[in-house]
Design a binder for this molecule. Structure first.
Ligand SMILES: *Cc1c(COP(=O)(O)O)cnc(C)c1O
Length: 388
């Protein structure tokens, strides 16, 4: 029989350069590979396992729902779906929710909403979505078009038309594109994840909100990665004091099960009508039951813990030998290292810590409830790995 790694290399499409680790189990922020080696997990399945592996509360919520029913289709009502929509709206001030299964789909819905809203209000030729350079919004042909990084576009043209890209933290660049195009919506990540853990300034995000308000353009926050507590606020835009018209989220929302959500504000609450959009799996009761448990635990105490742990990591790594800078917010941090990031990642792995990269940085996305002792140990090992 082939070993897992050979089997995978033989039969799974080679779209991922996987790390040479086969994870078999985990508990909290510690994961175990097939040889029994343990690692402190500073990636949490790319910001998905918000409370780590095997979390008792989340697991109980998921199992209880599994014992009742696993899927119904969206032709029927279910309790978890309705209750999760209510909780999302009550915690954000948004009015309605469309559920899907991933971040890309959550953004697809946001883009459809912007197009329909603008078509009805301003005419069918108003469909352009403004996004930012270095953004990441997903891998479908439309969300790739939204993604402001050329190298993702290569080999897949023509992409969906109707996207323009402004420079992050440069309001003049946004203003001139808004003047030159009929813009329906502006889609932004409060902290750009895949693009290199770049924080948008508060002035810039507030400037975006103002431009949107003045021109009846939809302000749309992509909270797929920074959302659900990771920034130290429930959603990243909340740090900037703005109220978006549309919020998309996924990754951490389901706590490890696939779930995307597009939150619709007052202006667009009724834009989507029967037949306009849909998903077979979206709002799956098991995923929603898990998400209800996750979301109900993201209270002020949890968020304060995220901010404290963030400060600990930033203070510990800033100025260390081999560390050029630390960017990001909350528990979404990017470490610019003197050594190539891939070397640091490999050295960390050897020493029992799993970290990620984003562009040329080492990226840290630990579970929000990672115990301080584990975090201290992980940060110590990361600092050793950064040294020459
Ligand atoms: C990961 C990510 C996406 C895409 O999510 P998928 O679930 O992989 O489709 C979209 N936007 C942002 C900001 C992301 O980090």
């Amino acid at each position: 029989m082939m070993k897992t790694k050979e089997l995978d290399k033989t039969y799974v499409a080679h779209t991922y350069n996987r790390f040479p680790v086969e994870i078999v189990s985990g508990r909290g922020s510690v994961v175990t590979d097939d040889t029994g080696k343990e690692y402190i997990d500073m990636g949490a399945g790319i910001a998905v396992n918000i409370f780590g592996m095997n979390d008792a509360g989340w697991k109980q919520a998921v199992k209880a729902q599994l014992d009742k029913c696993q899927h119904t289709s969206n032709l029927y009502f279910t309790v978890p779906c309705a209750q999760l929509a209510q909780m999302l709206c009550e915690k954000t001030g948004m009015k309605k929710v469309f559920f899907s299964n991933s971040g890309a789909e959550a953004n697809e819905c946001a883009i459809k909403v912007a197009r329909k809203y603008a078509a009805e209000k301003k005419g069918k030729d108003c469909y352009t979505i403004l996004t930012l350079e270095n953004s990441f919004h997903g891998r479908t042909l439309t969300t790739l078009a939204a993604t402001g990084q050329d190298h993702y576009h290569e080999d897949f043209t023509p992409l969906t038309p109707g996207f323009v890209y402004a420079k992050p933290n440069d309001l003049h660049s946004v203003e001139s594109l808004v003047a030159q195009n009929k813009v329906a919506g502006i889609l932004f990540e409060a902290v750009q994840g895949e693009g290199g853990v770049n924080v948008l300034t508060k002035e810039f995000v507030q400037g975006l909100a103002k431009i949107c308000e003045q021109n009846d353009i939809l302000l749309m926050a992509d909270e797929v990665q920074i959302g659900n507590g990771r920034s130290g606020a429930l959603y990243g835009y909340m740090n900037d004091g703005v109220q978006p018209d549309v919020v998309s989220t996924a990754k951490g929302l389901g706590g490890g099960l696939p779930l995307g959500a597009t939150l619709l504000g007052e202006k667009v609450r009724d834009v989507l009508q029967p037949g306009d959009h849909g998903s077979t799996f979206g709002g799956n009761p098991v995923c929603c039951a898990g998400a209800l448990n996750i979301l109900s635990r993201l209270d002020e105490t949890m968020l304060a813990g995220v901010r404290d742990k963030s400060a600990f990591i930033v203070d510990s790594l800033t100025g260390m030998p081999g560390v050029e800078s630390v960017t990001g917010m909350g528990l979404m941090l990017g470490v610019k290292t003197v050594k190539p990031a891939a070397e640091v990642v490999a050295a960390c792995r050897e020493m029992g810590v799993l970290v990620l990269t984003a562009k040329d940085k080492v990226r840290l996305l630990p579970a929000l409830n990672i115990p301080l002792v584990l975090l201290q140990k992980a940060v110590h090992i990361i600092s050793l790995a950064c040294r020459n």
